[in-house]
Design a protein. Structure first.
Length: 278
C-alpha cells in the first residue's frame, strides 16, 4: 500500500514537470504573415563549439535547415566589414584592442581561442559570404557593433559607405535587417541606404518605441525577457516589426514564440525550427 502511494505521487510529480516543460504553442499573430523567422544567433549560437560569426558556425546553421542568420559586424582600420562579436579582441583571441585598430589582412590571420576542437579564424564579411551556403531567399540580420577609439564622425561615415557598397554588391537589401543601438548612426544609415530595414536596439521597450517612431524605423530588437506580448502587439499596431534575442533554452524559445514577434534570434535553432514547423 505504501509502495503504491509513493508510486502514484512519483507519477503525479512527473506529470506536472512534463506539463510545465512542454508549454502549448499559441497562435502566432505578427506582421510577417503570421510566421516567425527563425534566426541563428551568430550562427549556431553562443554555446556552440564554433565561435559566433565563424564560418563553421554559419555552415552548421544552414545544415540544420535554418535560412536566417544574425551576424555581428564591425569595421576594420582599412574600412572593411568584419564578422566579429566582442567589443575587444582579447576575450576571443590572443590580440588586444579593437577590430578598428587592425587591417582586414591582419585580422583574418587571427585565430579564435574558444575551443581547440574548432580551428577558426576571424573572417571578413566578404569572405564570410563567399564561404557560406546562402542564396536569394536567405534572411540576414546585421548587428552593427560600433567599437573604436578613433574619430566617431569619420568612423561612422566610413562604416555606412562600406555597408552600402556591400549590400549593393550582394543584392541583399530586401533580405536584410540592420540593427544598432546608436540613433545617430541609424540616421546616417537611413540617409545613405534608402529602403533599408532598420531596427533600434534599446535597453527597454518604451525607449525603443519612442526611437522607432521618431526616426521612422522598420522595427525594434530587444531581449525577449524585456518585452511582453502586449508590448509586441502595441509595436505591431504602430507598424513596427519586433525581433527578440537572448533565447538560450527550449523554454526561452517557447516563451518567445508565444509573444508573437516577427523574428527570434536563438541559441537553440534546432528546437526553434521544430517548434515552428507545421
Amino acid at each position: 500500500m505504501q509502495y503504491k502511494l509513493h508510486k502514484s505521487l512519483f507519477i503525479a510529480i512527473c506529470t506536472l514537470i512534463f506539463a510545465a516543460c512542454s508549454q502549448e504553442i499559441l497562435t502566432i499573430r505578427n506582421l510577417n504573415n503570421n510566421e516567425i523567422i527563425a534566426c541563428g544567433h551568430g550562427g549556431m549560437g553562443i554555446e556552440s563549439i564554433y565561435p559566433m560569426n565563424s564560418k563553421g558556425s554559419a555552415q552548421k546553421l544552414f545544415e540544420s535547415g535554418a535560412n536566417a542568420i544574425e551576424i555581428d559586424i564591425q569595421l576594420s582600420k582599412d574600412n572593411q566589414l568584419i564578422a566579429f562579436h566582442d567589443i575587444e579582441l582579447s576575450n576571443q583571441t590572443d590580440f588586444t584592442g579593437f577590430i578598428s585598430d587592425y587591417t582586414s589582412s591582419e585580422i583574418e590571420n587571427m585565430d579564435y581561442k574558444k575551443n581547440p576542437l574548432s580551428s577558426e579564424k576571424i573572417i571578413s564579411l566578404d569572405n564570410y559570404f563567399k564561404n557560406i551556403p546562402w542564396d536569394s531567399s536567405t534572411h540576414f540580420t546585421f548587428d552593427l557593433k560600433l567599437c573604436t577609439n578613433i574619430d566617431q564622425t569619420a568612423y561612422f561615415q566610413n562604416f555606412v559607405i562600406a555597408l552600402d557598397s556591400f549590400i549593393s554588391k550582394n543584392h541583399i537589401l530586401n533580405n536584410l535587417h540592420i540593427e544598432s543601438q546608436d540613433t545617430t548612426f541609424l540616421k546616417l544609415l537611413k540617409k545613405q541606404i534608402p529602403g533599408s530595414q532598420l531596427f533600434i536596439y534599446p535597453t527597454n521597450f518604451e525607449a525603443g518605441l519612442a526611437a522607432a517612431i521618431s526616426l521612422d524605423l522598420y522595427g525594434i530588437t530587444i531581449a525577449h525577457y524585456n518585452i511582453t506580448k502586449e508590448q509586441i502587439e502595441l509595436a505591431h499596431q504602430f507598424g513596427f516589426r519586433v525581433a527578440v534575442w537572448n533565447t538560450h533554452s527550449q523554454k526561452d524559445n517557447t516563451d518567445a514564440i508565444n509573444k508573437s514577434p516577427d523574428i527570434i534570434q536563438t541559441d537553440e535553432i534546432k528546437d526553434l525550427l521544430d517548434k515552428l514547423s507545421p
